[in-house]
Design a protein around this ligand. Sequence first.
Ligand code: NAD
Ligand code: UD1
Length: 332
Amino acid sequence: MERILVTGGTGYIGSHTIIELYKKGYEIDVLDNLFNSKITVLDKIKEICGKKPGFYKIDLCDFDAMNDLFKKNKYDLVMHFAGLKAVGESVEKPLKYYENNVGGTINLLKCMQENGVNKIIFSSSATVYGDQSVSKFDETLQTGVGITNPYGETKHIIEEMLKDVAESDPKFEAVILRYFNPVGNHPSGLLGEDPNDIPNNLMPIIMKVSRGEIAELSVYGDDYPTEDGSGVRDYIHVVDLAKGHVAAIEHMKPGVLIYNLGTGKGTSVFEMIAAFEEAGKKKLPYKVVGRRAGDLAEMYADPTKAKEELGWETELTVGDAMRDTIRYLNSL
Ligand code: NAD
Ligand code: UD1
């Protein structure tokens, strides 16, 4: 049985991935500084799958503490979710993002090297594709051009670092997973997206509007060249996303593998509002405002490579994500 260290494991995507990993019998430890998550997430994981990961409250930026953890435990693989992800904040505090995401990952890779751990799966983002003259993005497209914020830059830099490490070390195995737009939560409604940071993503804002914490959703533009004029994205259920990680482990080999994780289908902001209203049986207040700087009109994945090489594809819909989000909201 393989033993996995999950950085950022109390966070939104990490916690959902742990549930899928437990189904496959992996042993898991979590490293997180709890900056953007709560320790109680581990009890929810136990409630769902009867097992609770070992937990280490360690910051990626604390090399000595992390190295100590690697010295005391033999890990076969690292799943690296930990990182800061608030795009707006990254523009205001770029150094915080470079230090935490890039600096933290350098520390992690050094600890892995020093302790003979060769395998890593990294949470990247479709944001690395930047602005291109296409709507459907496949892995052959160039990355790193036209990225509009420091958060996105950190993802691109880390991807390049992983490629360089793989060049230097024939034993190194990395999988870069480029997430499109993760939404939804575990169908039990026990676990969900519960950030401490200030979200600027659509789904966390819809959730806040639904709870009355924000008066109304601002729809950023209804004059895009899309079917209904609002922005179109590829919203992937977080449980499907989590399963993509499990498929990736099973196909690792020396070198770097890169996969888009998305549904291949675009959904507009107005369609997201309608889907939420249908699942929740209530209206979601919104108003149309101007476009958000740096936004693309339309972006969705070409997920063919993941299907062909990993045998993975999404099974759940935006409707499923909305149903599960409502369950989670009702449990709060
Ligand atoms: P999240 O904020 O819920 O989880 C990240 C976790 O990392 C948090 O628990 C946080 O406390 C921890 N963390 C941050 N900095 C740390 C540090 N220095 N040391 C230790 N722990 C630290 O975010 P998420 O949505 O679960 O995202 C997971 C990963 O996926 C991130 O790397 C994110 O950039 C990436 N990603 C997320 C999305 C998305 O829309 N959610 C999209 C693309 C990529
Ligand atoms: C954003 C980030 C991207 C990051 C990704 C996941 C920007 C410019 N891009 O992408 O770097 O990788 O999140 O973290 O911030 N929308 C509204 N009203 C809102 C919020 C969003 O109408 O209050 C619209 C957006 O215009 C977009 C869609 O909803 O059309 C999705 O937005 P969002 O969830 O922020 O994701 P991305 O734009 O894909």
